[in-house]
Write a protein that binds this ligand. Sequence first.
Ligand SMILES: Nc1ncnc2c1ncn2[C@@H]1O[C@H](COP(=O)(O)OP(=O)(O)OP(=O)(O)O)[C@@H](O)[C@H]1O
Length: 234
Amino acid sequence: MIEFQSVFHAFEDVPVLEDVSLTIDDGEFVLLAGANGSGKTTLLRHCNGLLTPDSGSVLVDGTPVADDLIAARSRVGMVFQHPRDQFVAATVGADIAFGPENLGLEREEINRRVAAALEAVNMTGREDDRIEALSGGEQSRVAIAGALAMDPTHLVLDEPFTGLDEPARRSVLERLESLSADGTGILLATHDLRDVSALADRVIAMRDGRVAVDGPLEDALGDLEDLAVRVPDR
Ligand SMILES: Nc1ncnc2c1ncn2[C@@H]1O[C@H](COP(=O)(O)OP(=O)(O)OP(=O)(O)O)[C@@H](O)[C@H]1O
């Protein structure tokens, strides 16, 4: 479970998160919506300690993130909006293997996880490709694969479908759906709820750093339209 307890965060005295309280349960698939600048990325970066609250707490499975960063980072898989920030190796296979290697897993298990993660993003057999030679969409898929290979208990994704072609998007969505069914909590930030709405248990929408909407999508549609979020046709 990921829990925000009355979290405040400011950048240079400008408040960006104000009194954010929410819980993502295991196996719950939650969409995080809101206009540009409403605080989505800032919220996501608190889930594994990339940012720390000015006041309030963020807990992962009951432990404050700030008390055990390593535990939070092994439990919460993070996919950034700009995947270039995320790579640590020159080739696809080496990059995806990096996290599982740090967990001290056996080579056979690492190879299995890399292959499964590549399959999930429709890139089977691309282990030896150089990351810098990949297209933007392919790099996004490698970033998602890197998070999947950690087998995290929670996945936090910031606009993961930007630049993905249709087969890749569908493949990633299917993988997220099955992970959620198996108990992985998923928090996915997006401006566009149309593609993912069928999977989501709940939508949280931010307005000016505050949670403006939190509930099942069907209850929230009217409010979401006011928040510059693309919603499915009714
Ligand atoms: N490192 C930073 N330093 C100063 N201000 C920042 C920083 N990061 C974010 N902000 C500001 O915080 C506010 C919220 O930004 P954030 O990236 O969380 O919004 P967002 O909802 O994810 O937006 P988008 O939909 O455009 O990705 C913005 O006004 C932004 O300019």
